[in-house]
Write a protein that binds this ligand. Sequence first.
Ligand code: S3P
Length: 425
Amino acid sequence: MNFTNTSSLKGEITIPGDKSISHRAIMLGAISDGTTEVKNFLQGADCLSTIDCFRKMGVSIENLSDTVIIHGNGLHGLKAPDSILDAGNSGTTTRLISGILSAQNFSCRLDGDDSLRTRPMKRIITPLTQMGADIDSINGNGCVPLKINGSKLHGIHYDSPVASAQVKSAILLAGLYAEGETSVTEPYLSRNHSELMLKYFGADVTSVGTTATVSPATKLTGGSIDVPGDISSAAYFIAAGLIVPDSEILIKNVGINPTRDGIIKAVQAMGGNITIMNRRNSGGEDTADILVKSSELNGTEIGGSLIPTLIDEIPVIAVLACFASGTTVIKNAEELKVKESNRIDVMVNNLSAMGADITATDDGMIINGGRPLHGITIDSKLDHRIAMSFTIASLMSEGETEITGAEVVKISYPDFYKDLESLKN
Ligand code: S3P
């Protein structure tokens, strides 16, 4: 797809449901008693992979587009699938479902696309194995395909070397089935949607600092979930509204859970004109409307405990930094190397080819803003966040930007291009 620059973005958009929360709603609904109704479910390819996996295990899931209804099988009601579970492109599906599969009374295989087949799964295999799980990386490379033989599990305390909600959630989900208590301590607090939703479904979960603890469950009870808009998707419009002159965008119904709101803090530190309005709470998740206006930005430093709260937004923050005066330093973000692509390399190589002054470091990047960008051909590497980040960069680049594999936005934001178009005057 080809993109050119634009002079102004104005209007109001409602972005689709949160990807992390949508995944968890399917998983917890599937292992609960009763019916779970999920409103504003994200119809992204990753979340559809999660639905597909649970259908294969005998869970009846009605996908009525905006609403999804899950008829739960209860904690011990999943059935052995008669084919391989396909997680597609989704790391979240793979890692979280592995926690559940480890404790079932059947064996199964879990696989995904070529990108997923390169993503590290040792990070969940190690703690789940300590709990008694029997998981094997079939090709011996620590990646999918995995063979999981359901086993009896016991609780552990795990000191996670990475601040990863996927690792934490896999362990907590396995902990529901384990004998004794299970706890995870992270170096920094990662997104806590699993803890919040587990509590909402009746599990005994406590969180103190960066430690989450779960007790074995006898049952979970389904309920109604209204999924807030995904702040990771809102981030593209926050960035666009700030860098395109003469812009004003109202982004409605965005989840602003404090473990996810790092983009707001980073933008405020950069001097961006961003207003959080109409704050409310829905099912334990903080939600608000976000108003952004064109701004003169300055560089900032992003690292430490802020990183897990904006990990998926770093590609578009790198774009923002190109339009800020001064230097932006992003550090402690080595996790970017193991996302759907190596996001440090892909952002640095392409922004640099577009004219930016940007250097990769071992754990992030350094950007000296203020250089004009020009369009080039960008290989999205079939990474949705790369395709969307460079679409935003194209809005302020001289000439044409071509993005190959642009349709990959279907992973998390199927209507991204349509929504962007609606803001052009
Ligand atoms: C996610 C956690 C993050 C994030 C991913 C979604 C989740 O990954 O990058 O897009 O839903 O738990 P890590 O847990 O690997 O940091």
